[in-house]
Design a protein around this ligand. Structure first.
Ligand SMILES: Nc1nc2c(c(=O)[nH]1)N[C@H]1C(S)=C(S)[C@@H](COP(=O)(O)O)O[C@H]1N2
Ligand SMILES: [Mo]
Length: 423
């Protein structure tokens, strides 16, 4: 008998083939399939659209599918969402696969809303310590040689509430202010070449054209090689939430240096001490001084499955999955602990493994139905090992809010419930 002529059951599996586990309502599926044979010609002529409220056919091979669409949407069965507050939203890391964050689920952080910008009227001013101050249109910026790279953006406030005991419930709440995209744009160095840098230019102020007019200053020698002025994200124009039509990307640096809705670059000879690098995004140390201009996001990892708020329903094989990233380069090692950090096991790193980018790791686990405390820790190419919260507090004290890259612990109860603890 050919494959084509095999009798099909509702889930399109040839009858008699094995399945991991019968869903309890399989009988109902089969009954539904037989009643489908009575389909009328009219219902076969339905021309549904993806996302329509059309009734779900029991056997999708018996009705024509949705017509082609101008702009795609996800399956109506998928509901994963950002967790929103007015000026920020968090990525549902527990629902994602691989390393790319879908643009629609990229986290957002804006200090005064997402501005509505007409790209034909948007300009980038480059001035200060340059020979030729210049104003670029978007078309002019796009004419320069383009370059793409996959990189994470993480808010330095990510996990900020965890300094003083476990606060968040889910990985989305605790770690959701990090996301990864493929970013495309022109190199900062290309644009600065056109403006002819004055030798005194050592720092650069970047300013956004949002209602916060957010500004940060950065040392030129440290950003010159990698900084991008991005107009695209995951193959299409950058989303409004991410800075449409233009954003600065400083791979591996704290999110707030990656100025969105970029309208101005001023070349200067010292840091400008803006609000976002004095009263904000600095860490008050135990001796009363401020840790300032930290820039690089240190190596961090987290287990996304199983993670807080989830429920293990069966003993036996469970793949532990998670993400690791470092603002200083490539992730070289991830280890997983099943006993709250007493012993560590090497996890498998999944390719691609890119510098300054989320890296996916996996670890095969047999849950025996007993309590366990799961942790992950990562190392980057500089040899830096992700610290425990205790180690961080020993150095930084307890006044910190930003820059928390501590190891995350998830406790598995006997009943399979997973929750946030600090082991
Ligand atoms: N112009 C402007 N740029 C900005 C911000 C802003 O409020 N205005 N927020 C910053 C902060 S705090 C972060 S963490 C990142 C967030 O980038 P995303 O919203 O694309 O995830 O953008 C940064 N760039
Ligand atoms: Mo941020």
């Amino acid at each position: 008998m050919s494959e084509q002529s095999l009798p099909m059951v509702a889930d399109d599996r040839p009858e008699g083939t094995s399945r991991p586990k019968d869903p309890p309502n399989r009988r109902a599926f089969l009954l539904g399939a037989s009643s489908l044979l009575g389909l009328t010609a009219a219902s076969l002529l339905l021309t549904p659209r993806i996302g329509s409220t059309q009734e779900v056919p029991v056997d999708p091979t018996k009705v024509p599918g949705a017509l082609a669409s101008e702009y795609g949407t996800r399956s109506r069965f998928e509901q994963s969402q950002r967790l929103t507050k007015p000026q920020r939203s968090r990525t549902p890391l527990q629902d994602l696969y691989g390393i790319i964050t879908p643009s629609a689920l990229h986290f957002e952080r804006h200090h005064n809303g997402v501005p509505l910008i007409d790209p034909s009227r948007h300009r980038l001013l480059v001035h200060g310590l340059v020979e030729h101050p210049m104003i670029f249109t978007m078309d002019e910026l796009k004419r320069f040689p383009a370059t793409s790279r996959i990189a994470f953006v993480e808010c330095s406030g990510n996990s900020g509430k965890e300094w003083k005991g476990p606060k968040g419930t889910t990985v989305q709440e605790i770690h959701g202010l990090t996301s990864t995209s493929e970013w495309t744009g022109v190199r900062l160095s290309t644009v600065l070449q056109a403006a002819h840098l004055n030798p005194q230019a050592t720092w650069m102020l970047a300013e956004g054209s949002d209602a916060a007019a957010m500004t940060r200053s950065v040392p030129l020698d440290r950003v010159m090689d990698e900084a991008l002025l991005c107009y695209a994200q995951n193959g299409e124009p950058i989303r409004p939430e991410q800075g449409y039509p233009l954003r600065l990307l400083l791979p591996g640096w704290e999110g707030n240096t990656c100025i969105k809705w970029l309208r101005r670059l001023k070349l200067v000879d010292s840091p400008m001490m803006t609000r976002e690098e004095t009263s904000k995004y600095t860490d008050l140390m135990p001796d009363g001084t401020a840790r300032q201009f930290t820039f690089d996001m240190e190596a961090k990892s987290v287990i996304t499955n199983p993670s807080g708020g989830q429920q293990l329903t069966e003993k036996g094989f469970t793949e532990i999955r998670g993400l690791a990233w470092s603002g200083r380069g490539v992730i070289t090692k991830v280890e997983v602990s099943l006993d709250g950090g007493k012993t560590w096991n090497a996890a498998e790193l999944q390719t691609p493994i890119l510098p300054k980018c989320h890296t996916r790791f996996r670890f095969a686990w047999e849950w025996n139905g007993q309590e366990a405390i799961l942790q992950s820790r990562c190392m980057d190419e500089t040899g830096y090992l992700q610290p425990t919260l205790k180690q961080l507090i020993n150095v930084r004290g307890t006044n910190s809010y930003y820059h928390n890259n501590a190891i995350q612990s998830w406790k598995i109860d006997k009943d399979g419930h997973v929750h946030n603890v600090q082991a």
